[in-house]
Ligand binder design. Sequence first.
Ligand SMILES: [Zn+2]
Ligand SMILES: [Zn+2]
Ligand SMILES: [Zn+2]
Length: 331
Amino acid sequence: MELRKDPITRSWVITGDDPAESGPRPESACRFCADAAYSHQVIAVTPNTPGAAWSARSVVHPTPLYHIEGEPGRRGDGIYDRMHSVGAHEVLIENPRHDRHLWNASDEEIAHFLRLAAERILDLKRDPRIKYVSLFKDYGKNAGQEFGHPTSQITATMFVPRRVLYELRAGREYFVSKERCVFCDIIQQEERQAQRVIEARGDYLAVCPYAPRVPYETWILPRNHDASFERTGLNKPGLRMNLAALLRRTLQRVRTITEEFHLVLHTSPSSLHPSKNLGYWKTIDDDYHWHIEILPVVTSKARSYTFKEVYYSPVSSETAVKQLRAAKIDG
Ligand SMILES: [Zn+2]
Ligand SMILES: [Zn+2]
Ligand SMILES: [Zn+2]
């Protein structure tokens, strides 16, 4: 597998003929359960919870898309750019138990997972080759779920993924003209209008965005400006508990609509080695604002409008928020 850059959109894609993709993986006993016989290359573990050896842990992905060894070997190919898929690919086991998900685990357990995620992002960002660390979760068959066990995944790449790049550029442009963070402005207006806010909890807000890409799209953001998740995630346990509770409650709401979803964390890229010609690095702490995006998969409404050239979402955020607010959740 290798990375190739689309010269028009400037986005990197990972491509190649992977023999592992030729058929479904054989189903066997869960390899991620606390009592599994499978031996993992464990990278990090959060402190024990009573009755368990660990509360969340990070292991190397069994079939990683990115490998930590080697040099990127970035090179031209005529007008094109390519490089080896150097980076990191980890599975974050959210809970030792097979049935404890981010929507039914305790806030404490979810907070442990959030802390582990923050630690891994911070650690991977110390590698000077790494430009961006993604945390994501795909749940459900139509979302491309890979494992039965409650897991999220982390990829560390030598490029910034396209969507984040758009956000960084847009955040910077907005800041240049207004000297304000666009996300902070969104939060202020949403709190004032109270039309698309699902719930506020401590320092965090769950909202349906004004222009959703899919029905019931939901964002979770810190109400106070902060460019990087891993800073908050590590330093303040109280914040972590509020975020855990809001994440749990929001996923419960989403699951009253559909069980399947994508979840992705957008945080600031590594600023260890700022690029000289990419301007967004200079003001990132002021103009970027970390957030979690939840993209529910509602197959009955998934009319793909001209192949996602334009997003088509047949449920307005004002309607979505009413349903999500009124959803019966556990507590
Ligand atoms: Zn399991
Ligand atoms: Zn902000
Ligand atoms: Zn985003």
